[in-house]
Design a protein around this ligand. Structure first.
Ligand SMILES: [Zn+2]
Length: 394
């Protein structure tokens, strides 16, 4: 548990439901795919958190400005809930007469200040009327701690410690205007060094691949407003085996799009197809999915939300650094690249160089893997998967 106690865990939201196993691959009718090749997207598991390095004790002074917020990878205004939590923390710091310290995974508050803050945030939590408010507070607090704890330490673009910044090695690429990726990210993945969702806006830009933080109202409203503008026919979630009728990339309809690669204005007029990538750990992705489904049903009155599965996803290079039984999962960026490859196989989309865009994502994954590997070697950490997971290896 990172910054909330078990009694105020987000798990209250889905305590009665067993965690689903989100598979990106649809089962192949013949021959059946072995379990280890049935991959789903995922970030990293809890066990890896324990071995992540502590944050140095550096925090900048003062509140988070709108500009500082945007430099982390979003064009949204600074969320009001995040700003409020930051302000509370700074006020508490002033009253306590001692510096706040953060450390470990998720920028946990450290030292004497921790107990004081813990009491205070529990008290706030108790006053919140419903589960949605509690969720929003949980998200805001997670994000506020990460913002303060990462100041002056992480590169604001690549989310790596500044001495390992990989930005100079990353190339950019235009994403075809007929599609847009939404990174629906769990707060615990925000500012994580080995998060791969961030690669998408690093490669394609924050307009083509916007970040939407789970439980942050401003972000979620921006995303859903975009969905309502484009219409429900142009929204697709990469979260398979949930729809009554499972869909794959070949079921997507591009009828409304101008399939001409040299009429960009007309493409924009029609609006892109919105692909939502759930960017969180295995268990957190279930909460992300539930929240998406709730809002979909509230807006369009339908229980069945349009999910698609990928069929040709290859193992993510990130697996090499992820000590988890992850042979049946893959990371968010690899899911995006897999989707682009499948779209590239659609003959009517052949002119849009989607394969090239998929390669750009894969290159960025290689760059991230190299940067993380270099760092781990320097810090004397293992770069292979833990022995206990090797039984799952091919
Ligand atoms: Zn950087």
């Amino acid at each position: 548990m990172v910054v909330v106690s078990p009694s105020v865990s987000i798990s209250f939201l889905h305590r009665r439901l067993p965690p689903p196993r989100p598979h990106l691959l649809q089962p192949r009718p013949s021959p059946p795919a072995p379990p280890r090749s049935a991959m789903a997207f995922s970030a990293e598991p809890a066990p890896e958190e324990a071995e992540e390095e502590p944050l140095p004790l550096v925090t900048g002074p003062g509140e988070v400005t709108a500009e500082e917020w945007r430099r982390w990878g979003t064009s949204s205004p600074l969320p009001a809930t995040v700003a409020a939590v930051v302000r509370e923390l700074l006020e508490m710091e002033a009253q306590a007469g001692q510096k706040m310290r953060f450390g470990g995974v998720g920028s946990k508050i450290k030292g004497d200040f921790k107990d004081m803050e813990d009491k205070k945030h529990r008290a706030v939590y108790e006053t919140l009327a419903d589960s949605d408010q509690k969720l929003q507070y949980f998200s805001a607090r997670q994000i506020a701690c990460r913002l303060l704890g990462s100041r002056g330490y992480l590169c604001q673009k690549c989310w790596l410690p500044m001495e390992d910044c990989m930005c100079a090695k990353l190339g950019s690429c235009n994403l075809w205007q007929g599609i847009r990726f939404w990174l629906y990210m769990h707060p615990k993945d925000f500012l994580r060094q080995n998060n791969t969702g961030k690669l998408l806006w690093q490669v394609f830009g924050i307009q083509a691949a916007p970040l939407c933080l789970f439980g942050i109202q401003e972000h979620e409203d921006i995303m859903w407003d975009a969905f309502q503008r484009s219409g429900k026919g142009k929204v697709s979630f990469l979260y398979p085996n949930k729809s009554t009728t499972p869909m794959s990339v070949k079921d997507l309809k591009f009828d409304g799009l101008n399939l001409s690669c040299d009429h960009q204005d007309e493409d924009v007029k029609d609006g892109p197809i919105n692909f939502v990538l759930l960017d969180g750990t295995w268990s957190n992705s279930a909460a992300l999915y539930r929240r998406l489904k709730e809002r979909w049903t509230a807006i369009w009155g339908e229980e069945d939300i349009p999910c698609i599965s990928l069929s040709t996803l290859s193992a993510s290079v990130m697996h090499k650094l992820r000590p988890q039984p992850a042979w049946d999962r893959t990371c968010t960026a690899a899911a995006a690249s897999g989707l682009l490859w499948e779209l590239d196989m659609r003959s009517e989309l052949g002119a849009f160089e989607l394969g090239k865009q998929a390669e750009a994502v894969e290159c960025s994954l290689d760059v991230l893997l190299d940067a993380l590997t270099t760092r781990r070697l320097r810090l004397g950490r293992s770069i292979t998967r833990k022995q206990r997971h090797n039984r799952n290896c091919i």
